[in-house]
Design a protein around this ligand. Structure first.
Ligand code: BF8
Ligand code: SF4
Length: 635
């Protein structure tokens, strides 16, 4: 079957074509095979929550208007929405829990290969958590912090700490008044599941309020913990040069692709690949060395901290294997397509899963364990080296596309970069916005989806935003996508940015599109927004800031959770395709209009990327007007 990717990424299109010639289906064929997709599913009007059902609502004709229990379109779609959000929040938060647990093990000396890499951050976050740090050894502080963080997951009463220490007062007040300030991370997810059981919560607005509470537990809870602990264990990123796209996979190297999300594994694989003995062994086998490349967000984690090349984003996972030069693809959790197992039948690549929570039929399983982290990583690297000679020459098809980029911008680094290390401040950024050099800031995050342009929309939107002097910050697969088109370079400012943004980028030497990390690092966007509010002059709360966000090509439930915590925090969020609730006019109205009266944020669903960019620009303009900021300098 001949299918189109709709992206302009040359590497993707070449390897897609190669796969087709080899009669190997990729996500694009499988997507076509599903068309037309089920209308009830798309509209959110299908319910399988009990064995009276499955039930479905007829949105247009004379068919049923309620399920067997009497649940109508509003209740069914809102329940589905809450379940999706709970799954997304759970995924991020469970990742955060793993990091906090690793911090605990490190503090107890029970790990191999890990250490506290960012002491300054350890002390800062420990203080924030109320850990007394005077005269205490570092490992004791780390232990107390890890325990307090782990308690955030299991808290039964009270409030999530970061929801009190970080956001502006107004957001805290809104959450308290509407009873959506999360208590414990796990508690909100469990409650989401309980509320969506038949016969519990039957008020769609109440269900959506809990949707926001569950999402807030992700953004200001699980994800924020994940980011902070990752920085503590593996150091806070600083701008670093690197390369992205499938061309980073080199024929003359032993290639290991790390795929998934939790850097506990990928960091150790990188560490192991530096081992002299293993490098020599690779050379003995005829390779020039060992090349690690990432896919998905674990790629972003090791990119922003170590400058490790990114092979690609989610949609490129199968294509990486199609180069025929991947000796090992080692995976942990999230966004790893079960389809990979089919590739194992064709290519020499060894697929290794490592996590008890994420097993794959057809993959080799090597359980990862922090107490032997480095040893296990070395074992995996060795398997890759041994597999180098098993390449099937006739299937080798590397591509040349690799693009330079700079990644590794953080909330902290923006302070230094703009204000100088000794006068850390957001003042220059706020001034640039106030004076009309920069219109505002937009967050472009999330996935790539064959339903839209397989990632290309991120480039279109980012280009349009920077042209209108909007500084863009990115995470996840959106960031990898824009990297491929060169937007993550300082030179991109001269090519694409408006005059005002260009001036700022030139003065500071930054790209117009800043890569902030993985999807859990969307928490960095929250904290950067808080820093902008704290600096003053461009809004006294998050909902007043001239900022907007999009996860235009979202596919994942995690993206729904991300979008909701931004909306609940007062921001406008654009999705290219709506989440599956369109069968309920009331739910759609609540998400796209009424919620704004509660949180100041709202959803927009817009399938045209240029229109999506202009919705964000208009929103930023509206906020500028409300703040009575100066007109844009060059308009
Ligand atoms: O967590 S952007 S496709 S890889 S879900 Fe997955 Fe989406 Fe990529 Fe990262 Ni995020
Ligand atoms: Fe049908 Fe209600 Fe059961 Fe859902 S909960 S399957 S709508 S009877």
């Amino acid at each position: 079957m001949v299918t189109e990717t709709k992206t302009k990424d040359v590497a993707t299109n070449i390897l897609k074509q190669i796969s087709e010639e080899r009669m190997i289906d990729t996500i694009w064929e499988r997507y076509l095979q599903q068309l037309p997709q089920c209308g009830f599913g798309l509209l959110g009007l299908c319910c399988k929550n009990c064995n009276f059902g499955p039930c479905r609502i007829d949105p247009f004709g004379e068919g049923a208007k309620t399920g067997i229990c009497g649940a109508d379109a509003d209740v069914i779609s809102a329940r589905n929405l809450l379940r999706h959000t709970a799954a997304g929040s759970a995924c991020h938060s469970d990742h955060g829990r793993e990091l906090a647990h690793t911090l605990l093990l490190v503090s107890e000396g029970k790990t191999e290969g890990y250490k506290i890499a960012d002491k300054e951050k350890l002390y800062r976050v420990a203080k924030e958590f109320g850990v007394q740090i005077d005269n205490k050894p570092e490992n004791v502080i780390a232990k107390e912090l890890a325990i307090k963080m782990l308690e955030e997951f299991g808290k039964q009463e009270g409030e999530l700490l970061f929801c009190r220490t970080r956001p502006p007062e107004k957001q805290q007040k809104i959450w308290t008044e509407n009873k959506i300030l999360p208590r414990g991370i796990d508690r909100e997810v469990v409650e989401a599941m309980a509320r969506t059981h038949m016969g519990v919560d039957n008020d769609y607005k109440n269900l959506i309020l809990h949707t926001m509470k569950t999402a807030l537990a992700d953004g200001w809870g699980g994800s924020m913990i994940a980011t902070e602990v990752t920085d503590i264990l593996f150091r806070t990123p600083r701008p670093v040069r690197a390369k992205a796209n499938l061309g980073v996979l080199k024929e003359d190297y032993v290639n290991i692709v790390v795929h998934g999300h939790v850097p506990i594994l990928s960091e150790m694989i990188v560490e192991a690949s530096l081992d002299k003995e293993l490098v020599n062994l690779a050379k003995q086998k005829g390779a020039k060395g060992i090349n690690i490349a990432g896919i998905c967000c674990t790629a972003n984690e090791i990119l922003v901290r170590r400058g490790i090349p990114v092979a690609g984003n989610m949609l490129q996972q199968e294509l990486a294997v199609a180069t025929g030069v991947v000796e090992v693809m080692v995976v942990d959790l999230q966004c790893i397509m079960p389809a990979l197992k089919e590739l194992a039948k064709c290519y020499h690549t060894k697929f290794i899963s490592t996590h008890p929570k994420g097993k794959f039929e057809g993959f080799e399983y090597i359980e990862f364990d922090e107490s032997r982290g480095l040893s296990i990583a070395k074992e995996i690297v060795k398997i890759a080296i041994e597999n180098f000679s098993n390449r099937k020459k006739e299937l080798v098809k590397t591509v040349s596309e690799e693009q330079s980029l700079i990644a590794g911008f953080t909330t902290e680094y923006v302070y230094e970069m703009l204000g100088g290390k000794y006068r850390a401040t957001y003042r220059p950024l706020n001034d640039a916005i106030r004076d009309g050099r920069i219109r505002g800031v937009a967050g472009l995050v999330g996935c790539n989806n064959p339903k839209l342009l397989s990632g290309y929309s991120h480039f279109i939107i980012a280009k349009e935003l920077i042209k209108h002097d909007v500084l863009v910050v990115e995470t996840g697969c959106a960031a990898i996508e824009c990297a491929k088109y060169g937007l993550l370079t300082p030179e991109a400012a001269f090519q694409y940015a408006g005059k005002g943004l260009q001036e700022v980028c030139k003065a500071v030497g930054i790209p117009p599109v800043l890569h902030l990390g993985s999807c859990v690092d969307n928490s960095r966007i929250l904290t950067a927004c808080c820093a902008m509010v704290a600096e003053g002059g461009i809004g006294n709360s998050l909902d007043e800031l001239p900022v907007a966000g999009a996860a235009f090509e979202w596919y994942s439930e995690k993206a729904i959770a991300i979008g909701w915590y931004f909306v609940a925090s007062g921001l406008l969020v654009v999705f290219g395709t709506p989440f599956h609730v369109s069968g309920s006019k009331n739910v759609i109205k609540f998400c796209t209009e009424e919620v704004e009266k509660i949180t100041g944020g709202k959803w927009v669903f817009e399938p045209d990327p240029i229109k999506a960019a202009h919705i964000m620009i208009e929103h930023i303009n509206k906020k500028r007007q409300l703040l009575k900021l100066k007109p844009m300098m060059y308009e």
